[in-house]
Write a protein that binds this ligand. Sequence first.
Ligand SMILES: Nc1nc2c(ncn2[C@@H]2O[C@H](COP(=O)(O)OP(=O)(O)OP(=O)(O)O)[C@@H](O)[C@H]2O)c(=O)[nH]1
Length: 302
Amino acid sequence: MAVPLSTAQTIDINVARASLQEAGQDAGAGHETRYRLLSALQTTLDAERLLTIFFNEVSTLITISGLRYENESLNLQASLGNTAAHSSSYRLIIQGDQLGELTITRETRFSESELHLFEKLLGNLLCPLRNALIYQAALNASRTDALTGAGNRMALMEALEREISLARRYNQDLALLIMDVDKFKSINDEHGHAAGDRVLKELVRLIGQINRNTDQCFRYGGEEFVVLLSNTSRGGASVIGERLRSAIANMRICAENGPLQLTVSIGSASFCETDTAESLLNRADKAMYQIKQGGGNAIECV
Ligand SMILES: Nc1nc2c(ncn2[C@@H]2O[C@H](COP(=O)(O)OP(=O)(O)OP(=O)(O)O)[C@@H](O)[C@H]2O)c(=O)[nH]1
């Protein structure tokens, strides 16, 4: 049973402090667990690992079937154990920072004293969790293009290596598109750099809408983007590429000098056994270049 946010309890830093102080004074039940928990929570900056440590330690004191955690702004979800009929939900807040929502479940009702103990233990999680989330946000930022929100080149290379090893291991298809805006310099020259920036942002938004997987769109260079298409054949890549090309050609972007139109040249390459990340990108780049030389606004698949 999901508890609506409005009725979810709020754990804040005061609880965390009280919990830390009590951990020093309270020699009663769970004293050792709480010390073990406190030190174990200092060992990692991985939010999912922290939640696993927390779940395992708390389970030695309170019977819990499952724990769910969700942080919408970082798009983080974790689910441990099994979902059950009864639940208690907590909105985690520390000094005004929203850390997400945590829910514990089990088949029988939690007693008041169990929830009281759980809340004390939860207080111990807050600071380590906040540090882990700050770290995660910094990691995300280091892999994101600040202007468009697409992945950057580093993120592309990591994702591409991962996709290639999956394609090899499971004998799956893999394709990628390299897309370059045609005559982008003239868009900047005629409409201004700010309008050029808006074009790049709109382009990424549209790719996300059509491809429904924004994680797989990367800014490869100035006005050049890569779309990774996992589990996609050469024919599938051609269809998606053409869909993108035509949607972009039909897009109108408001600019001071009137509506602005653009076209893109697309090169698509399908993975074959001997490919590396570089060779796959090179083949798509060459295909894209051929389209450029023919005047742009088309797709070439190799
Ligand atoms: N507004 C804006 N412009 C950028 C950005 N990054 C690169 N550019 C511009 O993109 C333009 C790319 O120009 P070119 O490499 O000549 O490419 P093009 O005009 O698209 O020509 P073709 O690719 O041959 O069709 C340059 O004027 C860069 O200054 C950016 O983040 N924002």
